[in-house]
Design a binder for this molecule. Structure first.
Ligand code: DGY
Length: 321
């Protein structure tokens, strides 16, 4: 019987994923579940045919260039691949895949949680009750922004953006969006396309980010773009921290131009941004957009589907390079 390919799974994936992986691969797994350093990635590459990493493992050009020739495929357990230098992988002839589609529902749920929480003062209210300092009530107490019927702007109308738009329609929100290309009428479902942020931003009561972090989108939300939002707007980011200039965001919150923000992603992860976290009108979560049991299984299975295809000689469905 031919030996199984050796697969390094860098982080603790779901039990169902690990059980399935062990059937078809010789799995190497670090029980400590720490992000793998550059050195550890390079060392592991000497003894494995394939890697399933998460966005916590950073494959810079330097790391990719030092990977052992034995590694043939990186089957990411993530939709975002900004932790991978794809050009360097292409040059090395190493296949890279991701896990699109399967985390759209979970991520849109967290985006909506952040949107509602930011609008309706979830942090402030929770802190008040939890700390035993809730001593009064009046009609002017804890008044927030209504969501129903307002305008939601979406930047990045891929799968997650489209689910977000669908959930927003459940709140009778009017959806406007900016995307590299306009969607079909069927996909738009009435959402209004903007070729440029200049026309989108002034319309947004709420703005939710759903585009990948690339050289082109890094710092997309900055002093200029924030100033184009109407006063009182709310920003939601469940995509990547790199999209937002956090100094500009802080200034906008502190000046009162932005009413609130909901953030699941930060420039520095793990940790976040203590200066942002000081503000009760910033609802923060620790990058858990896709963290549901269902979605973790679906992501793991999708990564394994890509590996299975590759090792059977077929084209992996989610091949990027
Ligand atoms: C993704 O899949 O990109 C999520 O951010 C989790 O890594």
């Amino acid at each position: 019987m031919p030996s199984k390919p050796v697969l390094w799974i860098t982080r603790a994936l779901s039990d169902n994923t690990l059980a399935r992986a062990r059937k078809d691969y010789d799995v190497i797994l670090d029980p400590a579940d720490n992000p793998a350093s550059a050195q550890s990635i390079i060392e592991h590459s000497q003894k494995v045919d394939a890697i399933i990493p998460c966005h916590s493992e950073i494959f810079t050009e330097n790391v990719v260039n030092q990977l052992h020739d034995r590694v043939r495929i990186i089957a990411n357990h993530s939709v975002g691949v900004d932790h991978c230098n794809l050009k360097a992988f292409e040059k090395r002839g190493i296949v890279v895949t991701n896990t699109p589609d399967v985390l759209s529902d979970a991520t849109a749920e967290i985006a909506f949680l952040l949107l509602l929480g930011a609008a309706r003062k979830a942090v402030e209210g929770d802190t008040l009750v939890r700390s035993g300092q809730w001593t009064t009530w009046s009609p002017s107490f804890m008044v927030g922004q209504q969501v129903t019927g307002k305008t939601l702007g979406i930047i990045g109308m891929g799968k997650v953006g489209q689910v977000m738009a669908k959930r927003a329609r459940g709140f009778d929100m009017v959806v406007h969006y900016h995307n590299r290309s306009r969607l079909s009428a069927q996909e738009e479902q009435g959402a209004v396309f903007h070729e440029s942020l200049d026309t989108l931003l002034p319309k947004c009561d709420y703005l939710s980010l759903h585009c990948p972090a690339t050289e082109a989108t890094k710092g997309l939300i900055n002093t200029d773009t924030l100033a184009k939002l109407p006063k009182g707007a709310i920003l939601v980011n469940t995509a990547r921290g790199a999209l937002v200039d956090e100094t500009a965001l802080l200034e906008s919150i502190e000046s009162g131009h932005l009413y609130a923000a909901g953030l699941d992603c930060f420039a520095t992860e793990p940790c976040g941004n203590p200066a942002l976290a000081k503000h009760q009108n910033i609802f923060t979560l620790p990058h858990i957009g896709s963290a549901t049991y269902d979605t973790r299984d679906a992501m793991g299975f999708r990564a394994l589907d890509n590996l299975d295809a590759f090792f059977s000689g077929a084209e992996p469905r989610d091949r990027l390079v």
